[in-house]
Design a binder for this molecule. Structure first.
Ligand SMILES: [Zn+2]
Length: 294
């Protein structure tokens, strides 16, 4: 398929080249309309990479509670290499999630809520709305936005970093918009009793039924969101949150490895979300990051 006109008809084969890094023979193609040449590598995960041998293990490692710097140490590469992989993987995983939403059967039961974390310091908190399918625990949509600090940190945050405009509604809307594509019209949505949610549901899912239940803040110690003794109506969601926190180093509580930028954290979130969905497919031995095609 041509990368510009996205057409297959006018593409012809045009020789090979030997890749210097591992001597692999790569097929070249040519599009007769756009007059451009490309190869099978153009769409590959390891396009223009030198160290392609550690891509898969890097993907799994980053989703196993290992920081980027430690991953660099494990694979004996410089941290910049890992940072580049995170960018590449993050983009691929985001596209994969998007395609997955488009091609999967419509979901009937969804749970959504917001996970709170921070960028660089607790004075700069962010909210991470995540929607999961109740039955399979698969992540359907996620987003991220800045929010203001709460409690005693509010004053210090204002002094140090000025007013931070709240992007909470923006993030929620972006999540809802993505979620819309894969939800059945008469779906059942579950969340806690946050006052912002009913309007969100009315705007984006007009025919859906919205159930709210009493939510509680996750504990800082122990398993956070999971540490409860009473019956939890949005267990699926809190279980997923606990998995996010456990497997993404930057989200774990009381961590040293803090996220440095919002876009960087979003990349990691997408990587983990995709890994999580693959993990739930029960083909764990074969977990492999690929460009997802339908
Ligand atoms: Zn073309």
């Amino acid at each position: 398929m041509c990368p510009i006109c996205k057409n297959e008809k006018n593409v012809i084969k045009r020789g090979f080249y030997r890749r210097p890094s591992d001597q692999k023979k790569v097929q070249r193609y040519h599009c007769k309309i756009c007059k451009i040449s490309f190869s099978e590598q153009t769409f590959a995960l390891d396009y223009r990479q030198q160290k392609r041998w550690f891509n898969q293990s890097c993907f799994v490692t980053l989703c196993s509670g290992v920081s980027q710097r430690r991953a660099a140490y494990i694979f004996r590469v410089v941290p910049r290499t890992i940072a580049r992989r995170v960018k590449k993987f993050g983009e691929i995983c985001e596209q994969n999630l998007c395609k997955y939403r488009d091609q999967r059967a419509k979901v009937n039961e969804v749970e959504f809520d917001e996970l709170e974390s921070f960028i660089h310091t607790k004075l700069k908190p962010v909210t991470i709305p995540i929607a999961v399918e109740k039955k399979t625990r698969k992540v359907l949509a996620l987003s991220i936005g800045n929010i203001g600090a709460k409690g005693h940190l509010k004053k210090i945050s204002l002094q140090k970093y000025g007013r931070r405009p709240s992007e909470r509604m923006l993030a929620l809307k972006s999540m809802a918009k993505d979620l819309q594509t894969c939800t059945a019209p008469k779906a059942r949505l579950r969340s806690d009793k946050c006052p912002l949610y009913p309007k969100l549901v009315r705007d984006y899912f007009s025919e859906a039924t919205h159930y709210t239940c009493k939510g509680s803040r996750g504990a800082v110690v122990g398993l956070g969101e999971l540490k409860k003794t009473i019956f939890d109506p949005i267990f699926t969601l809190n279980h997923t949150y606990a998995m996010f926190r456990d497997n993404l180093k930057t989200l774990s509580r009381r961590t040293w490895a803090t996220a440095k930028r919002k876009d960087g954290l979003l990349l990691l979130l997408n990587i983990y979300a995709w890994f999580h969905n693959l993990w739930l497919d029960r083909k764990r031995i074969k977990i492999k990051l690929e460009v997802f095609t339908v």
